[in-house]
Design a protein around this ligand. Structure first.
Ligand SMILES: *Cc1c(COP(=O)(O)O)cnc(C)c1O
Length: 385
């Protein structure tokens, strides 16, 4: 039995009439650029993430870039973020000419270790971009007072965390901006590239709306230099149609995570939670499972950990089980960031996570039989070697 990492065809099969209808509606309207579909999607996502405003943009990457532009962040400025994330988080900082400053992660959650943030703040620091990795929020409650004290802007990279909660508050609603990606493999995926910025601040929302249209409010009159960062009407329609299913999909992902936990426990494997990692680092006899440290983890990824990761991945591949490594090279060691002077050993938790973590299939349609196959294959590998 094949177990893919993600099965978008199964999702489409379940909601085909809905999606086909909204796509047809946009085609009939021939309104492709902004307009009612985009506005309705902005209202729906803002409401879902408990924010006052949503501004649809062309991707999650552009969501990050446009927030940095709106704050006038550029050459000479520093922005603190995590080195253990998708490239776009730090790539956007560099794209506007600012300098990414990496702070190591807490291995319990794989998110920014907030305790290390303040030591990296300098007079040049303008913003912090916490990432809510794998669908679990960073410790915003600890981070916001630090940002306030130093008057820094907080841009939440919530690309993997739509609907996640931390002390009852939703991803994207706590910082000055929240950035979502609707890349097809995210929990809420479009039929192509798409993204959104949410904010509680009317002035900031206005600035974003202006920047995404070449910096113009009235057509052909340009107050500032922006770009084409618009959300496509077709994508907006697809995203809004799929939003109605998001809570059910999230619940299915959470059930799948609980099922993995139960099956691994039943298999009798030596297990530990990611929260115990610091105490047991490098222990090859134990399999580390993800701990849920916040109130609503939406499991964009279910990530396990073992020092024997590469051999385990090969064994699973041989059995037609799809896995992925998020992410094999921490950003401070990427070739394109060599000019920042990052060296191996400087951000040890990110570097160890890059060597040891593995994402298993967790998508909503994953069956019990498929999950059993994954757990059985991992159990055989862990017991044999
Ligand atoms: C997917 C992702 C992005 C970028 O989103 P795109 O829509 O692909 O541009 C940014 N940050 C994180 C953490 C992501 O997972």
């Amino acid at each position: 039995m094949k177990v893919p990492l993600l099965d978008l065809k199964a999702q489409y099969a379940a909601i085909k009439p809905d999606l086909d209808a909204v796509v047809a509606e946009v085609m009939v309207s021939q309104q492709f650029i902004l307009g009612p579909q985009v506005e309705a999607c902005e209202r729906a996502i803002a409401q879902y993430s408990r924010c006052a405003f949503g501004v649809g943009v062309s991707s999650g990457t552009d969501a990050l870039i446009i927030c940095l532009m709106a704050e006038g962040i550029g050459p000479g400025d520093e922005v603190i973020t995590s080195p253990y994330t998708f490239f776009a988080t730090a790539g956007s900082i560099a794209r506007v000419g600012a300098r990414p400053v990496f702070v190591d992660i807490n291995p319990a959650t794989y998110n920014l270790d907030v305790a290390q943030v303040e030591a990296r703040i300098t007079p040049r620091t303008r913003a912090i971009i916490p990432v809510h990795l794998y669908g679990q929020m960073a410790d915003m409650e600890a981070l916001m007072p630090i940002a306030q004290k130093h008057q820094l802007v907080v841009i939440e990279d919530a690309a993997q965390a739509i609907g996640a909660e931390h002390h009852g508050r939703r991803a994207g609603s706590i910082g000055h901006y929240g950035c979502f990606s609707f890349f097809p493999s995210k929990n809420l995926g479009a039929a192509g590239d798409a993204g959104m910025v949410v904010t509680q601040d009317a002035a900031r929302a206005g600035k974003l709306a202006c920047l995404r249209m070449h910096g113009s409010q009235a057509k052909y009159y340009h107050q500032v230099i922006g770009g084409n960062f618009r959300l496509d009407a077709l994508q907006a329609a697809v995203v809004r149609a799929k939003l109605r299913y998001l809570d059910a999909w999230t619940a299915a992902r959470q059930r799948n995570a609980e099922r993995y936990h139960r099956l691994f426990t039943e298999a009798g494997l030596p297990l530990a939670g990611s929260g115990e990692y610091r105490a047991r680092a490098g222990d090859a006899s134990v399999l580390f499972l993800p701990d849920v440290a916040t109130d609503r983890h939406i499991f964009n990824q279910y990530v396990i950990r073992t020092p024997r990761r590469d051999a385990l991945r090969a064994a699973l591949q041989a059995r037609d089980i799809g896995t992925e490594i998020y992410y094999p090279v921490p950003l401070h060691l990427q070739e394109c960031f060599a000019y920042l002077g990052g060296r191996p050993g400087t951000l040890p938790e990110s570097e160890k996570a890059a060597r040891e973590t593995l994402a298993l299939p967790i998508y909503p349609e994953l069956s019990e039989a498929q999950a059993r196959q994954v757990v059985q294959s991992i159990t055989e590998f862990m017991s044999a070697s």
